[in-house]
Write a protein that binds this ligand. Sequence first.
Ligand SMILES: [Zn+2]
Length: 548
Amino acid sequence: MLRPIKQFKSEGSMMHRRFAFPFISVVLLLLAATAFAQTGAKHFSGDAWWAHVQFLADDNLEGRETGSEGLRKAQAYVMAQFKKAGLEPAGTDGYTQPVKFVSREIVESESSAELISGGNAQKLVLGDDAYFSTRASLSPDAITAKLVFVGYGLKIPEQNYDDLAGLDLKGKIVVYLAGSPAETPTALSAHYQTALERWKSLKAAGVIGTIGIPNPASMDIPWSRITLSRTHPSMDLVGKEFDETEGLKLSLVFNPANAEKLFAGSGHTFAEIAALGKDRKVLPRFPLAVSLKAHATMKTKAVESANLIAKLPGSDPTLKNEYVVLSAHLDHVGVGEPINGDKIYNGAMDNASGAAAAMEIAASWKDQPHPKRSLLFVIVCAEEKGLLGSKYFAEHPTVPQKSIVADVNIDMFLPIVPIKVLKVQGIAESNLGDLAKDAAAAYGIRVQPDPQPLRNAFIRSDQYSFIRHGVPSVKLDLGFDPGSPDEAVFKQWLTVRYHAPSDDLSQPVDKASAATYEEILRQLLTTIADTEARPQWKPDSFFRRFAQ
Ligand SMILES: [Zn+2]
């Protein structure tokens, strides 16, 4: 059985106390040395990490929304830390890489949607029944179209799976349930549920709009909280290369609790669909008896923000021209609808915690020999807007694209319980999964694949931007064993604090867990940087295709 990390710590202090007794101390030193060889060196205590989190998640920084003064303050802090750590600027303008966005905001008072059946119109209550997604090019001119239920709305050639086959979808609005059939591997399922991939196949089938119904079996946060942020501006990168939903005229997100309205008269019920979706069974597909008529007004404005990029130069004359990226997003969702009287969404765990860990890890090589390859610390903006900062960086990197050998991403790693097991997103996709396992084992920690594949975490953070450009990537988080008390702690955290004002500095955290996590990441980065061969996708990995 592997050693728990607490035992290791007390051994270290015992070694100092007994130093006066020569024989015993030699024996203990030997024991301690063995322990060190097995469990890895220590660089972190968790205290400096928490101090960084305290600065970044302070109410002063107002939730670090992309483009806000709060995020600029956070960025100034991070740059000062990088400078103090002796890292070289590696942006296009010192440590920064400016990024331009367009922000879109729905004006609900000038928007409406109704379901029409047999000449009767039933107005949808925006917020209660559904809300407009600003991903679509919404128009104040009303459009009316028939609805077709398309199951999960997925086309997965690798699985010979096609929810669109045999349906007439030309000029239609499709209704789909979020999720995928059980036989679809996690990574594949996540990939085809991205807005880009989903829209590719829908567009090819002639679809003009979408109504997505969150899968009640895999909703992180209740509808009442999802819908609170619906009038909050969304953002997109400026530039045609970034338009992923060209031709999408209308997009609604529909409350699963009210979704029976869509199915009335179709011969099916949403209850039946949800029951199948819960077990990831294949769903029926059929035309619905209602049409949708909708128009919407959007306000747009230009927003500017930046990524921060810092370099720890490698020590090998050749390998130093290659880069191992450690990425973490610094932005959060800013100020929003109050919950329990609090309107600042501090984002302490999401992702002040990750940016803080990245700063700590970056600083840990000060006055220490550097790894062979260079490390690139990429602290992005606009993750919460759809991985936009990382998408921009991956498309326009500040080092040659081919020189990036790997991305290790930190996002909301959740040190809220004593660390026992690490969840590795992408564990089976590249040999980074094996290296992560070794790094964790050096600190007495097991690894596991994602126990909640339905959450689609593999495509929900910045590593995915690198993966799309062929770069082997992993993301590490604290995990839990199914059925354990820790599972309940994580579930409760997601329900109550995830993307809520209570993800703040008053929540309990485990600093020792954070420190161990940092050790493991530092170890992983060192191994990747020092190993002669570049990390490789596994031969059977779906994501290998992007490396071509
Ligand atoms: Zn988030």
